[in-house]
Design a protein around this ligand. Structure first.
Ligand code: PLP
Length: 397
């Protein structure tokens, strides 16, 4: 018999009652060290006092009014993001996949208004993940996500991951935009080298193609800069943001230059919940905290500590781990054994990690994880790896 909850997930047999910082407390009272952060969502850990305070204060005032009216909390958040990024304008959504939908619409509308209505093709990449809406699965294009859901939204051209020559060859007079994650998350923590991002920007500039960055997972301070592309010293025309920006409250945003957004006039897009006062108040608090240069420097320092320990684990457990990947606190361990076995061995050691494609174990701790918790995480990863090296060990489901 089908479960009351639609069974689209293979869930671990774990449930939590509350959280505190980098720790989650299970129904039996035991605690787990959280290196998943709800897939890079709980950027400031669980129950951060400033966010609890902001949320409860706003909850007592106003939750929702509709975009029929001005929403000062939304305006304030948009102004903050405009001030801190390349963007001139922002649209708020409730999730990452909705940002993909708007990015696609915005890019196509841009060329339509420029008198090139056939310029609709968007270049995307193997291993990409942009969400689960029909547009987003068509954009990413993997069989795993699209099989059985056709006919798919047309107009995407899927290329090998970050292959500059292939991109150069693929851009034609029909190309509307290139959509890429500066660091692939679901795809296995694969950073596009800065040189490639620069090359991509040049290629887009010389052909007029719009450049869309999906920073839903790698943005909001995760790399030690507010957005990952800042490391390359270039910026996109359109950027998708979600996950970390709400610190656990569901909210996303599409940031764009005035030029790229020029086709999106009144009536061309909307969302009932998007940009509601509750979400915007929380996201503004997250943005304030995360964009502080001292906070971002601390992310880089934590990353250095974590990475050094992870390199040690790779050296000490060559039959379990192969290499460290990623940047800042979006890190991956390429595994030798199945990554799902490592995730399960982690559960036994009360450590929460997330699997990604390419047999990678994803490590996405809270950006404010204390040094001591990183040390403890490394200890538990070491113990889990030792368990996996023990012939009699069997990972529990
Ligand atoms: C998670 C994710 C999305 C989709 O976000 P949802 O909120 O799950 O719709 C899109 N792009 C990237 C890079 C993501 O990691």
């Amino acid at each position: 018999m089908i479960s009351a909850v639609l069974p689209t997930y293979n869930r671990a047999p774990l449930a939590f009652t509350h959280g505190q910082g980098s720790w989650l407390f299970a129904e039996d009272g035991s605690r787990y060290l959280d290196l998943g952060s709800g897939i890079a969502v709980n950027a400031l850990g669980h129950a951060h006092p400033a966010l609890v305070d902001t949320l409860t204060q706003q909850a007592g005032k106003l939750w929702h009014v509709s975009n029929v009216y001005r929403i000062p909390e939304q305006e304030r958040l948009a102004e903050m993001l405009v001030e801190k990024t390349f963007a001139d304008t922002v649209f708020f959504t409730n999730s990452g996949t909705e940002t993909a939908e708007l990015a696609i619409k915005m890019a196509r509308k841009y060329w339509y208004e420029k008198g090139q209505p056939d310029r609709t093709e968007i270049i995307t990449f193997e291993g990409a993940f942009h969400g689960r809406s029909t547009g987003a699965i068509a954009a990413a294009g993997s069989e795993k996500m699209t099989k059985g859901f056709g006919p798919l939204l047309p107009g995407f051209r899927h290329l090998k991951w970050a292959d500059h020559d292939a991109i150069r060859a693929a851009i034609t007079s029909q190309t509307c935009a290139v959509m890429i994650e500066p660091i692939q998350g679901e795809g296995g923590i694969r950073p596009v080298p800065d040189q490639c991002l620069k090359g991509l920007r040049d290629l887009c500039d010389s052909t007029g193609t719009l450049l869309i960055f999906d920073e839903v997972q790698c943005g909001m301070g995760r790399t030690g800069k507010l957005f990952a592309h800042e490391w390359a010293g270039i910026s996109p025309d359109i950027m998708m943001v979600a996950k970390g920006i709400g610190g656990g409250f569901p909210i996303g945003a599409v940031l764009a230059t005035e030029e790229a957004a020029s086709g999106m006039v009144a009536g061309t897009h909307g969302s009932t919940y998007g940009g509601n006062p509750l979400g915007c108040a929380v996201a503004a608090r997250v943005t304030e905290i995360v964009s502080d240069p001292a906070f971002l420097d601390a992310v880089s320092a934590k990353s250095a500590q974590f990475r050094q320990g992870l390199e040690g684990l790779v050296a000490n457990h060559p039959t379990v781990f192969e290499a460290v990947r990623g940047q800042g606190l979006i890190l991956g361990l390429k595994c030798v054994v199945p990554n799902t076995d490592v995730v399960k061995a982690g559960y036994a050691r009360h450590l929460l990690t997330v699997a990604a494609a390419d047999n990678v174990l994803r490590l996405l701790p809270a950006l404010n994880i204390p040094e001591a918790d990183i040390t403890e995480a490394l200890r538990r990863l070491d113990a889990a790896a030792t368990d996996l090296e023990t012939p009699s060990f069997e990972a529990q489901p």
